[in-house]
Write a protein that binds this ligand. Sequence first.
Ligand SMILES: NC(=O)c1ccc[n+]([C@@H]2O[C@H](COP(=O)([O-])OP(=O)(O)OC[C@H]3O[C@@H](n4cnc5c(N)ncnc54)[C@H](OP(=O)(O)O)[C@@H]3O)[C@@H](O)[C@H]2O)c1
Length: 210
Amino acid sequence: MKKLMLVGATGLVGGHVLQQALADPAVAQVVAPTRKSLVPHAKLLNPLVDFERLPEDADWWRVDAVVCTLGTTIRVAGSQAAFYKVDHDHPLEVAYLARRHGARAFALNSALGADVASRVFYSRTKGEIERDLQAVGYPSLTLVRPGLIGGQRQEARPAEQWAVRVSKLLQPLLPRRYRVVPADRIAHHLLQAALAATPGVHVLPSEALL
Ligand SMILES: NC(=O)c1ccc[n+]([C@@H]2O[C@H](COP(=O)([O-])OP(=O)(O)OC[C@H]3O[C@@H](n4cnc5c(N)ncnc54)[C@H](OP(=O)(O)O)[C@@H]3O)[C@@H](O)[C@H]2O)c1
């Protein structure tokens, strides 16, 4: 049985990872640091944290594996710099701290098109976090790259919701990599990769998640 850390548990994909991990007999405990409290559960440890000031020596960093589904939008974050903190700096710091305390597997919710050479800031940020995670030294690293994510969001994201609707209509005509990926499928792949901890760096493209 394993101890799993989940960052991003209050989000769409993270919420599915949380439910699946709590129900999985292979998981002894889920450590989910968040800004807002989660619904209590016997298997859940939910430290409330400020990601700008993570407690470096907390005991709860001692886990076997980490799933990261942190992320924001430039609109919500307010600037590219603020977005970069959430999608790059915080995941990297979590990765370092958990690795320092013994974690051996890390699974990241990245995105289709992640590329350090991209002209698109979002895709470049995802490329940079993928690159920088590889330098942290996890024996097992999984980079999951969904296209559009499908699922029920509380926050209104009109452009994204429109794109999801159009993609769903065009689904039969679209190549598999451009189809909407249900959030629970992404969660399944993240969780199982983190638990399996297969040595090496593994990239799961969008079409592999369907
Ligand atoms: N939307 C898409 O179609 C799409 C496509 C491909 C890849 N992705 C990527 O997939 C990942 C997960 O997406 P999602 O839709 O599940 O995200 P989401 O529902 O927006 O959830 C994001 C998570 O990040 C946390 N977070 C945001 N800002 C934070 C901050 N300043 N400090 C600490 N935590 C913060 C949120 O916590 P709070 O509840 O505290 O805000 C939440 O737990 C993201 O990295 C996203 O870029 C998204």
